[in-house]
Ligand binder design. Sequence first.
Ligand SMILES: [Fe+2]
Length: 425
Amino acid sequence: MSMQTYSSHKTSSRRRHLPVASTSIALAVALVGCWDAHYGLTAEGLVSWGVSLAAFALVACACVDRNRRIETELDCYFNGSLDLLATADMQGRFTRVNPAWERTLGYDAKTLCAKPFLEFVHPEDREATVAENAALAGGERDVRGFRNRYLAADGSYRWLEWSGHAQPEDGLIHAVARDVTALHDAEERLADHAELLEAEVAERTRELEGARTHTLHSLALAAEYRDDDTYEHTERVGRMAEEIGIRLGLAEQELALLRMAAPLHDVGKIGVPDRILLKPDKLSLEENEIMKTHTALGAKLLGGSGSPMLEMATVIAETHHERWDGEGYPNGIAGERIPLVGRIVAVADVFDALTHDRPYKRAWTVAEALAQIESESGSHFDPRVVEAFLATRPERGGARRDAAPSPAGAQASGNSQLAHVSAAA
Ligand SMILES: [Fe+2]
């Protein structure tokens, strides 16, 4: 504190003590007069009264001085604060605002206190402001971090962030606000940027997944083309599996995944040698075992991507040769332990393989294939899936309607062909 300021402070302090001291002396004179009138004035009494009153005067002066110092300090903070300080009544009007309001919004205190503060609030923020103010005035809670927009004198809006406390006994609300317009704008830009980045990442992920799926489909087609020169088996199985899934009440999302995943069921055939895959005769025991490896190999090729579609394709590749009675492969699991998508593709795959030419057989008629599927309901196939499959009216479902009749003697060798289909479909 400079000498000038200190001297001024002392002078001011002395000036403030004068009324207190004068009051004390006047009180002392009056009391002494009263005492003298009633009890007579003695020297000891006079001294005692004098000391007491002097002490009282000193304490009173100290209290007044302290209060005034506090007031001065508060005024100093109030006027110099960069934050916007305000006192409002319970009717929604400011009763006192500090100069920071004028610096921030451009209105003087008189203008701000002349009308309800809600009139300065952005129309879109009024409902929330009323709710916050009601909670505050009702003593439910203090306000912390509430934001709204206030109209400035230049017509722009400034974002203010509030903290507030109510004193219902005085009918007043004390609030502090700060201008967070720059912060709010930065947060919005950041959120927009994050949203943009998220969309870009999602787009790149979709592209990557699409590229991977396309590659795997190409692989599946390459494998399929070796034993089906029409090259449509995988797509037909995908469509048929979806049709069965619809009858079984699968959710839209699952159906979409099934439609894309089912065509990949035989991708593992890429690892089966031509001499086995294209063999027109019955497979030997050893060849059959090699043929069966296409399930595990397919699961290995498809697995581990984290893509929901490829995860489903992995399950289908691994389980589409399992049987309801547990006599299938590669794991010999039975009943509902076989994933539903595997049970669905098992039916669609065998039906399509039966009704189309393969290197080791001619196509069966639709009626013959349907009879076969029905006859294996409960042994090879899940009865519920067979029922759903029959409900799709498969003769109209893309299978060859003009399928060539089975060659002479086909029924005699049907079991052999079926075994081959079961292993190779
Ligand atoms: Fe297969």
